[in-house]
Design a protein around this ligand. Sequence first.
Ligand code: GTP
Ligand code: MG
Length: 150
Amino acid sequence: VDQTYIMVKPDGVQRGVVGDIISRFEKKGFKLTGLKLYQCSKDLAEEHYKDLKLKSFFPKLIDYITSGPVVCMAWEGCFGVVASARKLIGATDPLQAGPDTIRGDLAVPTGRNIVHGSDSPENGKREIALWFKEGELCEWTPVLTPWLRE
Ligand code: GTP
Ligand code: MG
């Protein structure tokens, strides 16, 4: 089983595209195992993006992520969920993101690119554990599983 942490950033919430974003992952056939609206602390945002601490845009990034509520999501699939979700999201710079991707369709500047997706299965696990508490994740069996998995 493969898991990824997807997060609608504060601009996505403010712009009313949460439903559109969730819908794209649902339609792809991923299984939603965690979902919440959440105002995160500076500490949590810094821990989440700790690999970028030395970048010049880091303070701006932390201000952005903490500027309003985000939608935290855990999505699961049999394999390739992390890479597949990154494809649905599109390139970091929305101008480089292909058509029919979330960022390509809905965003313009890199600093307002409306959604986050884990960049590796290890980070998927790390980020889900960071953003969700025990008991907030839900294990369930979608009835469509035989039609979505070989
Ligand atoms: P995430 O899914 O949010 O992790 O984006 P990513 O994996 O496509 O890119 P990366 O992890 O390298 O950067 C994290 C976030 O920092 C990006 O999504 C942007 O919001 C922001 N960011 C990255 N590069 C720049 C930049 O050059 N300028 C600004 N203002 N923000 C940037
Ligand atoms: Mg990243």
